[in-house]
Design a protein around this ligand. Structure first.
Ligand code: ASP
Length: 353
C-alpha cells in the first residue's frame, strides 16, 4: 500500500488537472501573433494573467492594425492616447487605464493598477505619473504614420469628426466649436418615452472598418483561471479626453471563472452604454451558449442602434468559443487551444439587421 500511495496521488493530481479546464487563448480580430505569444507563455508557466499581458503587449509593440499601441488613432490635437484593462475572473479584481499619455505599455500599466493599488481605474496625465513611478519610460506616442493620419485629416477639413449640434457646422469645418444654444437648459428632444421604436435622430457613426480596433483577449489556464483584457488607442480623430469602452469593466471585457468571459470591439461610445461583455457573461450564467450570449449582447445594442459597428467574443469555462457582430459582413476572431495547433482564425457571420 505504501508503494501504491505515490502513484495514486499522482493519478489524482493528473485527473484534477485534466478536468479543471481546457486552457485556451481567444482574441478579437485576426491578431494571430498576439494569440500565439500568449498561448506559448501559457504553455510555459500556466499563468493566465502573464499570458494575457504578453499577448496584448505583442499587439502593442506590433501596432496591430495601427489601432493598438502607440502611433495610431491621433486625437484632434494629433496625440495618440491609450486605453487598457485587465479583469481577473477569479478575484473579480481589475486594473485599467484610460486616456494614458506618453507611455507605450498600456496593458503593463493596467497590470500595475491591478497588482500594486487598491484602485481599479486611473486616467490621463495622472495615470502617466503613476506609470512613471512604476518604472515605465515616458516617450512620445507620435510616429510618422500617426502624424500623416493627422495631417491628412486636417487637410480634409477635419472630416469625419465626433462633434454634433455645435457651431460652426462640424461637417464642414475644423472648429473651434461652441454649443449652438447658449442656454444650457434648452431641450433638444421631447422627454423620452418608453418605446420599442428605433430613435430616428441617431447621427451616423464615424466608426467603420479601418478606423479603429481593439485587441480583446480572453485566457484560461489549466486550473480554470479565466482572465480578460483589452488594449487600444481608441477612435481615430477622437475629441481629446475621450475614453472608449475598452477599459470599462463589463463593456470592453469581463470574466468570471465560474462562468466564462467576453470581450468587445467596435464603436465604443455606443457599446459602453450596454455593457455587452457583462451581459454576455450573465447570459452564459443563465445557460446560453457563448454564441447565443454574444448575439444577445449585440441584439441589445442593435435594437436602439441598428447600424452600430462591433463584435463580441464570448467563451465559457469549458473553452467553447462563440462570437457575434454587426455592421460588417463577418467578424474575425482568433483561438489557440490544445487542439488548434497554433492560432486559428474563425469568422462569425454578422446577422443582417
Ligand atoms: N472599442 C474601441 C473604442 O471605441 C475601438 C474598437 O475596438 O474598434 O475605443
Amino acid at each position: 500500500m505504501r508503494k501504491l500511495l505515490p502513484s495514486l496521488l499522482f493519478l489524482l493530481l493528473k485527473l484534477s488537472y485534466t478536468f479543471a479546464g481546457s486552457p485556451f487563448v481567444a482574441t478579437t480580430w485576426a491578431f494571430t501573433q498576439a494569440t500565439i505569444n500568449a498561448w506559448e507563455q501559457l504553455n510555459s508557466y500556466d499563468l493566465a494573467l502573464d499570458a494575457l499581458t504578453v499577448g496584448c503587449r505583442t499587439c502593442q509593440a506590433m501596432q496591430c492594425d495601427f489601432t493598438v499601441g502607440y502611433g495610431g488613432s491621433p486625437d484632434e490635437n494629433g496625440e495618440s492616447t491609450l486605453d487598457a484593462l485587465i479583469f481577473d475572473g477569479n478575484t473579480m479584481n481589475m486594473g485599467a487605464v484610460g486616456g494614458l499619455r506618453g507611455i507605450k505599455d498600456a496593458i503593463g500599466v493596467a497590470r500595475k493598477v491591478l497588482e500594486n493599488t487598491q484602485h481599479s481605474f486611473l486616467v490621463g496625465s495622472l495615470a502617466t505619473a503613476f506609470a512613471k513611478d512604476m518604472g515605465f519610460p515616458e516617450e512620445s506616442l507620435t510616429t510618422n504614420y500617426s502624424s500623416n493620419q493627422y495631417e491628412t485629416w486636417k487637410e480634409s477639413n477635419c472630416q469625419p469628426n465626433f462633434w454634433q449640434d455645435v457651431t460652426p457646422d462640424p461637417t464642414k469645418s475644423c472648429g473651434p466649436y461652441k454649443p449652438k444654444s447658449t442656454c444650457s437648459l434648452r431641450r433638444r428632444h421631447p422627454d423620452p418615452i418608453l418605446t420599442n421604436e428605433i430613435p430616428q435622430d441617431i447621427p451616423e457613426s464615424v466608426f467603420n472598418t479601418g478606423n479603429h480596433d481593439t485587441i480583446g483577449m480572453i485566457v484560461m489556464n489549466a486550473y480554470g483561471h479565466l482572465v480578460a483584457g483589452t488594449s487600444t488607442n481608441g477612435a481615430n480623430h477622437k475629441i481629446p479626453g475621450r475614453v472608449g469602452d475598452s477599459p470599462i469593466p463589463g463593456a470592453g471585457a469581463y470574466a468570471d471563472s465560474e462562468v466564462g468571459a467576453a470581450v468587445g470591439t467596435g464603436d465604443g461610445d455606443v457599446m459602453m452604454r450596454f455593457l455587452p461583455s457583462f451581459l454576455a457573461v450573465e447570459q452564459m450564467r443563465q445557460g446560453a451558449t457563448p454564441s447565443q450570449a454574444a448575439q444577445t449582447a449585440i441584439d441589445r445594442i442593435t435594437r436602439k442602434y441598428p447600424s452600430f459597428f462591433g463584435g463580441i467574443v464570448a467563451v465559457d469555462k469549458n473553452g467553447t468559443v462563440g462570437a457575434a457582430c454587426n455592421g460588417m459582413d463577418r467578424f474575425p476572431y482568433t483561438v489557440a487551444n490544445r487542439t488548434s495547433n497554433g492560432a486559428v482564425v474563425y469568422y462569425a457571420d454578422c446577422k443582417q439587421t
